[in-house]
Design a protein around this ligand. Structure first.
Ligand SMILES: Nc1ncnc2c1ncn2[C@@H]1O[C@H](COP(=O)(O)OP(=O)(O)OP(=O)(O)O)[C@@H](O)[C@H]1O
Length: 258
């Protein structure tokens, strides 16, 4: 559950690319230990928002606070320190093909924390077990695994350093619905075990419903609805309603045609 001081606070965040305004005033507070999922159509700015928090993009206006600390405009060195709080599961897994599975999982421990290989390997094997993979899988290369197994490895890597905050970027893309459900279940379990705050972006509603405590919907540069996952069916918001039911007809399509 969450406690009083929020982990991440976005205030009046704006990000444009030339004349294209992508984020036009995002306000969002994510509690400690909370799992928040941002939904929204393609190109609405979900990745841009995540990249702003990760420091990969710099917003031209607004504030991003992590544990109360302003991170917009901090130095590269300070950014490295803040980044150590983060774990990340990238869209598509983004595993290193030339490294064995265990080396992928241990990457942040060896490279980021300068941990000895033997110790990092033990932790990697432990994390692989947490996502349901046998120690023997650690010796394989990613190309020898199915897509679902690769996602498990990516999840093991995301939790390897016991991060305080984990970002999930489209965690179920490319998986069949059953494997997606398995991965969603593992995400919930692992986030709880690590005690992390989770921020995910997806357009997979089954995933959002399963992993979110709260859901926020991004549309036209703003969060048009934020609320408990259990209340999204009764949001009373026609944009949300259309999106979550995947209806062709509704206000979103009309504006796309314009
Ligand atoms: N580096 C960039 N330079 C210029 N425009 C960009 C850049 N990054 C993103 N955009 C634009 O910002 C908008 C939002 O992109 P973003 O990738 O955040 O969408 P998204 O909601 O994550 O979409 P999807 O669900 O398809 O991944 C898009 O119109 C995109 O073209």
């Amino acid at each position: 559950m969450t406690d009083a001081a929020p982990k991440i606070v976005l205030t009046d965040l704006h990000k444009s690319f030339g004349p294209k305004r992508v984020l036009e005033g995002i306000d969002l507070s994510i509690g400690r230990g909370e799992s928040l999922v941002v939904i929204g159509g393609s190109g609405t700015g979900k990745s841009v928002m995540l990249k702003c928090i990760l420091g990969l993009l710099r917003p031209e206006q607004g504030s991003i606070r992590i544990d109360g600390e302003e991170v917009v405009g901090i130095s590269a060195r300070e950014r490295d320190r803040v980044m150590r709080k983060f774990g990340m599961l990238f869209q598509g897994g983004a595993l290193f093909d030339s490294l064995r599975v265990w080396e992928n999982v241990a990457f942040g421990l060896i490279q980021g924390q300068r941990m000895k290989r033997a110790k990092a390997r033990d932790i990697a094997i432990e994390k692989l077990a947490q996502v349901g993979l046998a120690a023997s899988a650690g010796a394989l290369y990613p190309s020898e695994l199915s897509g679902g197994m690769q996602k498990r490895v990516a999840l093991a890597r995301a939790i390897a350093t016991n991060p305080e905050i984990i970002f999930f970027d489209e965690p179920t893309t490319g998986l069949d619905p059953i494997m997606a459900d398995v991965i969603n279940g593992l995400i919930v379990k692992c986030v709880k075990e690590v005690g992390a705050t989770a921020l995910s972006i997806t357009h997979d509603m089954a995933s959002a419903r399963k992993i979110a405590d709260r859901i926020a919907m991004l549309y036209k540069g703003r969060l048009i609805w934020v609320g408990p996952a259990s209340e999204i069916e009764s949001s009373g918001n026609p944009y949300v309603d259309q999106f979550i039911h995947g209806r062709e007809e509704g206000p979103i399509q009309m504006e796309l045609r314009a």
